[in-house]
Design a protein around this ligand. Structure first.
Ligand SMILES: *Cc1c(COP(=O)(O)O)cnc(C)c1O
Length: 360
């Protein structure tokens, strides 16, 4: 069977073991005589799946007891509106740090609902770094501060969680969830679209501190109201059942591998291999400043677009796909999520070395 090295930023490569298990159980989940896809979301079988998926998130991510874990729909982008509709309700103010397209889209959306302020911005250097902020930079009466923790397109990761004092901090962790341990207690909410490191697109995992709930705008659509979702254990309507099942399988796999410490160890090893090569290469260049480099998304360039194109073509010949940079930045980007093997990154570096030799 043909399997490529898929460096896509999302939807992205999945652990083969999980895909195999899902294939095995496609026609008959355990002894239910049905596929999970065919199952009532109110059935005892599915209840076990969603309950177990939540338990595993709590355990693996070390989620404190005063947080709700929700399975939502509409992808990460739907939360860009849901967040202000749920939380921008006391003073109608929110502060945003703009570190790339996703943070900017979230900001643009929130501007429809209240007074949003850009507190820091790294646009001046094409988002190649994370701006430093101090507690005093944020408005005291802001209802929340919003960040994008790992910037999928530009390849930056916050080297530390910004200090916002008592102001609730909300983070989009779509492209770094489950990649390394994260102190959830520092956040009022974290959320992630599943298609980078967990499951298929459409599904969102949201982890929300309970005291944040209950203040949604009266006009907030019911489907976007986090309190309604929490009261109904994510079963207000039919959830993305199959996505939640895949999520459970991936979490079981991560647990078996040794949890987030082990994921972090592996991810550092993979990222080091690639960054170390990039830093000594005379042809390829990493675009992000060292302290702010992502473990998950590694953008890089050659000296010109023509060589970029040629390199991407060479990758394809070597079974390496989706290595092209985001359309807004060009160059290349290797997304090396949990499910990308060390061997996959070795293969990429090998092809880069060859290309460098051929083109110097
Ligand atoms: C991919 C991504 C999104 C968008 O996710 P959708 O599920 O397509 O809406 C938002 N934020 C980040 C950080 C992402 O990587």
């Amino acid at each position: 069977m043909k399997r490529v090295y898929n460096f896509s930023a999302g939807p992205s490569t999945m652990p083969e073991e999980v895909l195999k298990q899902a294939a095995e159980e496609m026609l008959c989940y355990k002894d239910s005589g049905q596929s999970v896809m065919e199952m009532s979301h109110r059935s005892p079988e599915f209840n076990e799946i969603i309950t177990h998926a939540e338990e595993l998130i709590r355990e693996i991510m070390n989620v404190p007891d005063n947080y709700k874990v929700l399975f939502l729909q509409g992808g990460a982008s739907t939360q860009f509106a849901a967040i202000p509709l749920n939380f921008m309700q006391k003073n109608r103010k929110a502060d945003y740090i703009i570190t790339g397209n996703w943070a900017n889209k979230a900001y643009q959306e929130a501007c429809k609902y209240g007074d949003c302020k850009i507190v820091a911005n790294s646009k001046d250097k094409t988002y190649s770094y994370i701006p430093k902020t101090k507690r005093e930079d944020f408005r005291e009466d802001a209802d929340y501060v919003y960040i994008c923790y790992n910037n999928t397109i530009y390849g930056t990761l916050y080297p530390e969680i910004p200090d916002t004092g008592d102001i609730p901090l909300i983070a989009d962790i779509s492209s770094c969830i489950l990649s390394e341990p994260l102190d959830i207690s520092k956040f009022a909410m974290v959320y992630a679209g599943a298609q980078k490191n967990v499951a298929q697109s459409g599904l969102v995992i949201a982890i929300i501190r309970e005291d944040m709930l209950g203040n949604a705008h009266p006009m907030c659509p019911t489907m976007l109201n986090y309190q309604v979702m929490a009261e109904n254990d994510s079963l207000y309507n039919t959830p993305n059942c199959y996505g939640i099942y895949i999520c459970m399988l991936v979490l079981e796999y991560i647990k078996k591998m040794g949890g987030l410490e082990e994921m972090q160890k592996r991810n550092i090893k993979k990222a080091d291999l690639l960054y170390d090569y990039l830093d000594q290469s005379k042809l390829f260049n990493a675009t992000v400043e060292k302290p702010d480099r992502s473990l998950m998304n590694v953008p890089f360039v050659t000296p010109n677009e023509e060589l970029d194109k040629k390199f991407i073509a060479k990758c394809k010949e070597n079974n390496i796909i989706n290595i092209k940079g985001h359309r807004s930045v060009g160059g290349m980007r290797a997304s090396i999520y949990n499910a990308m093997s060390y061997e996959g990154v070795e293969k990429l570096v090998e092809v880069m070395k060859e290309f460098e030799k051929e083109n110097n």
